[in-house]
Structure formats: structure tokens, C-alpha cells
Design a protein around this ligand. Structure first.
Ligand SMILES: [Zn+2]
Length: 75
């Protein structure tokens, strides 16, 4: 699977990447966390970071002999 095909699995909108801190870039929503004070933070990642996270998952799955399914970050 090519990087383009992996990125096409996610919806994109302008925002800030939680991982590299890049602002005003296309990001995809991965998760949300709520602090003990009840503040909600959206975790969105840019294309570079999504590909890095996907690579980590692919390598992890490979080591454990698990199926790797791209496009499921944050779910
Ligand atoms: Zn990023």
C-alpha cells in the first residue's frame, strides 16, 4: 500500500498536528482526551505524522504476526 493510498483512507481538514505541532496544515482527527478538569482536547495529526504512526503499527503488527489494517488510527 502506498502512502497516498493510506492517506486517502482518512478525512482531512485544516488544523494543528498534536504530534509535531505544525499549525494550519491538513490534519485528520484521531482521538480526543478529556482532562480531569473537564477540558477537551482534540488530537489531530498531519499527513507526515499519520504515515509515521501507520508505519509503527505496521512494524508492530509484523513483529507479532498480527494483521495490519491501515486507516484505523484512533479507532
Ligand atoms: Zn505532524
Amino acid at each position: 500500500m502506498t502512502p497516498d493510498a493510506i492517506l486517502a483512507l482518512y478525512p482531512w481538514a485544516l488544523g494543528t498536528c498534536f504530534r509535531c505541532g505544525e499549525a494550519d496544515v491538513f490534519v485528520t482527527h484521531l482521538d480526543a482526551i478529556t482532562t480531569p478538569h473537564g477540558e477537551r482536547y482534540e488530537l489531530s495529526a498531519c499527513g507526515c505524522c499519520v504515515l509515521m504512526l501507520e508505519n509503527e503499527r505496521r512494524r508492530y503488527a509484523g513483529r507479532r504476526g498480527l494483521d495490519y489494517r491501515p486507516g484505523s488510527l484512533g479507532s
